[in-house]
Design a protein around this ligand. Sequence first.
Ligand code: ZN
Length: 80
Amino acid sequence: MRRYLWQQAEGLRHAYDAHRTPLDLGVVFPALCGSVVTTGPEDMGKWLRPTCPSCDREIRAHLGLAECPPMPGHQQGRWR
Ligand SMILES: [Zn+2]
């Protein structure tokens, strides 16, 4: 069974394959959305960034979960 974790990077909270080594400051990693992102000092220890809508869609598809219903402030796959 595949496992996924979430990590903030470059302004969003992305999901990644948990079989990778634990992420630390400055690590470049491929997110489920296809972006290759780097963790910065502002991404460690705080979880204030919005969820990457593409990672959310991908992780739900991988795990067989229903799509997330539209939320206030979320339009056309982008957070405002
Ligand atoms: Zn993402």
